[in-house]
Write a protein that binds this ligand. Sequence first.
Ligand SMILES: NC(=O)c1ccc[n+]([C@@H]2O[C@H](COP(=O)([O-])OP(=O)(O)OC[C@H]3O[C@@H](n4cnc5c(N)ncnc54)[C@H](OP(=O)(O)O)[C@@H]3O)[C@@H](O)[C@H]2O)c1
Length: 336
Amino acid sequence: MKAIVYTEGGGPEVLRLTERPLPQPGPGEVRVRVEVSGVNPTDWKSRRGGPPATVAEQVPNQDGAGVVDAVGEGVDPGRAGERVWLWEAAWQRADGTAQEYVTLPEAHAVPLPATASLDTGASLGIPAMTAHRALTVAEGGPTRLAPGVLGGRNVLVAGGAGAVGHAAIQLARWAGAFVVATVSNPYKAELARAAGAHHVVDYTAPDPAAEIRRAAPEGVDIVVEVAVAVNSGLDLAVLAPNSVVAYYADTGGAEFTLPVRETFTRNLRWHGVLVYTMPDAAKREAVAAVTAALRDGALRSGEESGLPLHRFPLERTADAHAAVEEGAVGKVVVDV
Ligand SMILES: NC(=O)c1ccc[n+]([C@@H]2O[C@H](COP(=O)([O-])OP(=O)(O)OC[C@H]3O[C@@H](n4cnc5c(N)ncnc54)[C@H](OP(=O)(O)O)[C@@H]3O)[C@@H](O)[C@H]2O)c1
């Protein structure tokens, strides 16, 4: 079978196409014929660092979608033929989704409802699970999103045209929140609206805080934050009492400072989110909620739903990585 591998860290050029033997699923594993591999910033960041010391040859890409074609010992044989979306394929494992077949623990291959496309399936793992975690770290929960559970809450999604931002808007809308998103230009505003944001604010315009306050006068209860270092002042200006900023990236800066008295008197919380190391229970909740949202048609991909797709064939995975690294707007996918 064909696979993309890297044996050293570096730019996209370290990725090369190779032939490998068909892997056999071990106990508790499934083998998936990968149809679409999803690319995230984490994939090129890992590639730049090179494979872990214990791994000679790494296949990149955490996310993907395909069809179960074989099962290992202890797995229901009825799973063969199931369409699935994949998460954390390459986390602490040598085998990502940029190959024709991947074996992985069966819990990491989640049934994809018939109404959801494989492209959508390949766009979920990292972005949707990160977004789910960010939307569920507020005091008092909920720990699992479902229709109505964020009713009456105001959610601010920073960077609403980003992959995580897109998932956060869709999940927050599905859960009944009032959703405000920030963007940097009119095209991205269109995308955030298409994803379902009730109100979109250009954060490069003068006084975005006033604009957000106009949309959500009681303040924001949850901020899903991609650029905490540059936005901490803006967030502080729009937060409701007892609210949370769930931050998941260091876009724009590696450190931030906060005023001590103001944050504690308002009972504000800043909560770091990393998808890989969040509690296992939170991962299970995210998988269950994402699957339910898919079934409800609430998670979609494609330009019309705010997530333009950029496709590359497997042999051009290096170009797919370069596109993500250069900040492609939307979702970069690889047709395996
Ligand atoms: N912690 C985790 O578990 C986790 C999970 C997934 C991703 N990440 C990280 O999160 C980052 C984003 O990932 P992604 O896949 O969503 O990337 P993406 O699709 O490229 O989206 C990033 C978005 O952030 C926006 N942005 C940049 N500066 C901003 C600012 N000051 N205010 C508001 N928005 C801003 C960008 O648009 P404009 O520049 O036009 O505003 C863009 O839409 C990456 O660094 C990634 O590694 C972390």
